[in-house]
Each structure stands twice: as C-alpha cells, then as structure tokens.
Write a protein that binds this ligand. Sequence first.
Ligand code: ADP
Ligand code: MG
Length: 238
Amino acid sequence: MIKIEDLHKNFGSLEVLKGISKEITKGEVVAVIGPSGSGKSTFLRCINMLEEITKGKVTIEGMDISKTNINKVRQNVGMVFQHFNLFPHKTVLENLMLAPMKVKKIKKEEIIEKAKNLLKRVGLADKANSYPDSLSGGQKQRIAIARALAMEPDILLFDEPTSALDPEMVREVLDVMRDLAHSGMTMMVVTHEMGFAKSVANRVFFMDYGVILEDAAPKELFEAPAHERTKEFLDKVL
Ligand code: ADP
Ligand code: MG
C-alpha cells in the first residue's frame, strides 16, 4: 500500500531524513516513536506531500506521489494533527462536509448523511451544530478524525494526536483510533503513548537522527530492543 524508497529530505543544508526505505501493507498499523527532532513529523509529511521530497520515491497504491495530482494523494492519505486544525467559523458538521464537497464534488445531501454517521462513529452525534471552540480537546480531536474519514481515505496518518490533550481526554481519542485500527484502516501513528503502540500497532518504527533504526513487532521492540539507542530511548519514556 505504501512503498518508500531511499527517502531523503533536506531543509537547506540540514539533512532531516537520511534515506528511509519501507513497505507498509494494507491494514497495518505502524507506530512511529523516537526522540524529538528525529524527523518523525517530516517523515509523515513527506508521505502526504505536505513536504516536497528531496530525493527518493514514495509510491502509494502503485502511484508515484511526486507524479500524481496532490489532491488525489491527499484524498487517499488523510492526516490528523496534534493541534486539530478545525475550521473555527464552521460548525462541526460543516467541518466534515467541506472537503468532500469541494475536492470530491459530492452532493450536499449525500455528504450530510455520511457526516452524521461519522459523528455517531466517534460518539459525537449531538455536536453536529456546535462550533469547535465549544468543544473539549478530546472532542475536537475526535471531530478531526471524523473529518479525515469523511474523505474515505485508504490510509490515515496521525502526528502526535494526543500530545496536546489533557490526560483525562487521551483515552477517548485512543479508543476511536483503536476502533479504526480494528476496522482494517492502514495507519501510521507518531505517538508517545507507548501503551497504545504496544497494544494496537502491528509494527513499531524507532526513528533516530533521520533514519528508522529499528522496525519490529511491538513485543520485540519493547521487550528486547536490538539497538542501544532504542534501549536508551525506552528507558527514558517507559
Ligand atoms: P520530530 O517530529 O521527530 O520531532 P521533525 O520532523 O519535526 O522531528 O524535525 C526534524 C528536524 O527537522 C528538526 O531539526 C527540525 O528543526 C527540522 N525541521 C522540521 N521542519 C522544518 C522546516 N520547515 N524548516 C527547517 N527545518 C525544519
Ligand atoms: Mg513531530
């Protein structure tokens, strides 16, 4: 589903991604962990073309993304951010409807029904007519996930989706993500929630200084890390 070949990303003279090659198959849930500044966000952003690739190739469902229309890539690859990025002057329902109407040209009547169902799915059916500012952080993030789903992506990328939340709201968001994972969605999740990585992910990538130093099943990576750097990192966060 996702094929990454020798991916490099530079910002000026700073080499942030130093040659990443990975394949991710349909339905896999990959947790990406690693120290701050190691390139986790940049890695995800290259996969949905929020950053231009310096060198290498990313293929999604057989399409070389640098040769594909950017909107088409983003329809297929949804992204959920740490800070939600909801449209503040739109209601919750409108937030969900906007991109499908604009980008996919889906009729309003059709998308309303779908948007309502998605709100139900994330447990927020009663918030359809609320504005984002009236919601808690956990609710906003669940709306952001529903909004991403409204485009019917095949892949969802999450960049620290719970890092900006008060501790009591982390769980409601992780529960939605866990349901999604169980529904077969292909997901890549940058996270500091090691419990989530252990219990939901099929694979964990440990990123360090712009490379994926370790790629293993959660049990293996957490219980018997192969690299000293992974061990050091886990000692700090666990
Ligand atoms: P992480 O998400 O693992 O904390 P990032 O991908 O955000 O790491 O950043 C990796 C490195 O790239 C950092 O040194 C950061 O300062 C740098 N960086 C990220 N985005 C930019 C940018 N737009 N311009 C210049 N440097 C950047
Ligand atoms: Mg980051």
